[in-house]
Design a protein around this ligand. Structure first.
Ligand SMILES: [Zn+2]
Ligand SMILES: [Zn+2]
Length: 150
């Protein structure tokens, strides 16, 4: 991957504050990888590399978004690679958006039960009023309200 060249400077931990100046947007990033739970540390320049990085331990994508990195008592960015979002980069819900569903409805509007066991899917249609038709990964289409999407 193109980003592995940035992993060589991990021993400069004491530079955490010094590296964060207004002109030089190079950060020493220390955070818990949400995928493998290892604490990782790396030097990152958000101007040239953007906010998307890869965990040097497990290789999965990390989102290093500005808000997550600089919030008071930040615990790092909880970037979700399935929905391509984090707590500061919330999903926009439109046709084609990948979503996680919480609280799957049990019954179709007609009363017969849904059978999907998936909690992930993709919006196929916006029905209006915060209601969406979501095709789950196992193929079943379910009508879901926006408050049940994450
Ligand atoms: Zn990892
Ligand atoms: Zn974030």
């Amino acid at each position: 991957m193109e980003n592995t060249k940035n992993m060589e400077n991990t021993e400069v931990a004491e530079a955490t504050e010094a590296a964060e100046t207004a002109d030089d947007r190079t950060y020493i990033v220390t955070e818990m990888c949400p995928h493998c739970m290892n604490e990782i540390e790396m030097r990152w320049n958000t101007d040239t590399e953007g906010f998307k990085a890869f965990c040097p331990v497990c290789g999965k994508r990390l989102m290093l978004c500005d808000e997550c990195l600089h919030a008071e008592d930040s615990i790092g960015c909880d970037y979700d690679s399935f929905t391509d979002s984090c707590r500061h980069n919330p999903r926009t819900y439109r046709a084609g958006s990948k979503v996680r569903v919480i609280g799957l409805p049990e019954e179709k509007p007609g009363g017969s039960p849904y059978t999907s066991t998936e909690s992930r899917g993709k919006i196929t249609e916006c029905l209006g009023d915060g209601v969406y038709l979501v095709e789950m990964l196992d193929g079943e289409s379910i009508i879901i309200r926006e408050e049940n999407l994450v």
